[in-house]
Write a protein of this length. Structure first.
Length: 264
């Protein structure tokens, strides 16, 4: 006789819960005796270690910040990664201290963007063994998006414009660069056109650019556990761990940078 699934929990009645209608709780699977390796564990290739600096919006000596490959529903979604192939609990004291500094800097940078009320900081790590922290910006005034379901709303909301997204990326990269490192995100270029050609140009662009599905936080490859990953894992050894005797990335300085103008 099968166990009766429990009734839906109370949080399905919260205003922030994204769904409505009849909901049912899934049966819980039996626990597996051995969990499959994550990306970057065992002989599985590490995506973060193989990514070039050009894939990021800002890079430093020991940390890098990357974005999704295209706009999503939230004003900003960014990922802070260590250069060293280490997970959160493996960080030596110096990198652990720097993680706190980098978390505060990135939160302030994202919160400085127009239309951002709060920044949610998350770490899951079930898909990849390489440390990566998620930073999700909640739009100002969108009270229904408060709380634990923000990553779900990122998949539901229509994506923000490409131009606004790129401008936000450039602003965050410039803010971080005030403390060191190298900004790699550039703002969108202005397309100068005669007024009479605007309508025709818009029609051409609409015809040439097919719509793409939006990749969101919950669809990111680094957060999707794979039940049978070991069966088809490539035989690539993990990159060597970096030395743990590194000095702090930056000398102490005031955490509020001067106002940064977006490059034109």
């Amino acid at each position: 006789m099968q166990d009766t699934p429990p009734s839906v929990p109370d949080f399905t009645q919260w205003p922030s819960f994204p769904f409505e209608g009849d909901l049912h709780v899934k049966q819980l699977d039996e626990p597996v005796p051995v969990e499959p390796p994550r990306r970057g564990e065992g002989h599985r290739e590490c995506t973060a270690c193989n990514a070039p600096d050009e894939a990021y919006i800002w890079v430093g000596e020991r940390w890098r910040v990357r974005a999704m490959d295209r706009p999503t529903g939230l004003p900003m979604v960014l990922i802070l990664e260590s250069r060293s192939h280490l997970d959160l609990g493996d960080l030596p004291n110096l990198l652990a201290a720097e993680l706190g500094v980098m978390t505060v800097r990135l939160e302030r940078a994202i919160r400085s963007l127009d239309g951002v009320a709060r920044v949610h900081v998350n770490r899951w790590g079930d898909g990849s063994a390489h440390l990566h922290m998620w930073f999700l910006a909640r739009p100002y005034g969108r009270l229904q998006l408060r709380g634990t379901f923000l990553s779900l709303w990122d998949s539901i909301l229509p994506p923000i414009s490409e131009a606004q997204w790129r401008e936000n990326l450039a602003m965050v990269a410039a803010w971080l660069a005030e403390f060191g490192g190298r900004p790699l995100a550039e703002p969108p270029r202005i397309q100068w056109q005669a007024p009479s050609s605007l309508t025709a140009q818009s029609a051409v662009e609409a015809a040439e650019e097919p719509e793409e599905e939006t990749a969101s936080v919950i669809e990111a490859a680094d957060e999707i556990p794979e039940a049978e990953a070991a069966a088809d894992a490539p035989a690539t050894e993990d990159p060597a761990q970096a030395s743990t005797s590194e000095e702090p990335e930056e000398p102490e300085k005031a955490e509020e940078p001067r106002q940064t103008q977006t490059p034109s």
